[in-house]
Design a protein around this ligand. Sequence first.
Ligand SMILES: [Zn+2]
Length: 317
Amino acid sequence: MKIIDTHCDALLKLQMAKRGHPYGMKSLDYQTSEELDTNYQYLQKGGVMVQFFAIFIEPGVPSDEKWQHALEQIDLFYTEVLAQPKMKHIRKWEDFDRLKDDEIGAVLTLEGADAFGNDLVKLRHLYRLGVMSIGLTWNNANLCGDGAGEPRAGGLTLLGKEVVKMNNENRVLTDVSHLPINGFWDVMEHAAYPFASHSNARALCDHVRNLYDDQITAMFDKGGFIHVVFNPPFLNKDGETASITDCLNHIEHLCSLGGVKQIGFGSDFDGISMFVKDLENASHYPNLVNELLKHYSEEEVRGFCHENFLHNRPGAV
Ligand SMILES: [Zn+2]
């Protein structure tokens, strides 16, 4: 079953390796390196049809170096990820329909507006380079608003709202996954294409990265979608280990709130250090699919895997 996975952090790993830290002094090989949960071989083996790749700048990077880090990660996307001829850059929503059976699509996304600060020229360049989804913050605050980890938990700034407006004009998704509650509701008010790329249900796991039921139903009502994340701390109270059943519990909860046609997967591979048992990298997707098929119809599972996203993407009819 073909998979669309809306979040991974392979670009950060590739960049850190290139900078000689902490995955050894040599660069990682995107095709095969086992240090990469979403390397090309794993994507192929797991039946991944499209993988989203986030540009993510760690919060400790000084502000005036962040744009350079973003450019390095974009460069690695073009030179390493797209070096494999079967990896196809998806830069328009229509490109999903052009993928051949043996090709894997690669979508560039941004996790945290700190990469461009308040410089909207840089943001426009990100659109031109193919960024199709923007999460305004990571866990900490930036010029667009507070992140999910900020005790202040404020909403979007005027700049944040301007970015959402530009996303709308460019048919770019606005990702709520790292926003606190106030920021979430601001996005729901202003975004034409809201989306949670990697979040779970807070009713089952009370973590700031997850969504309350009223947030979930508001997202579905607005035609947005929510992609379940495989990070154990977002799946259960234990937080260190998790099973595929935990993932199914979140899927079932989202379905019970009306999301059967509006949910999918956003693994967070390469951004997590703890793993769901039997779902430790992208090659293990068939384990999840097989378990889902025991509980849902084939049509519903196909929806979770890719059809729901294809039907809900901007411009889809
Ligand atoms: Zn994240």
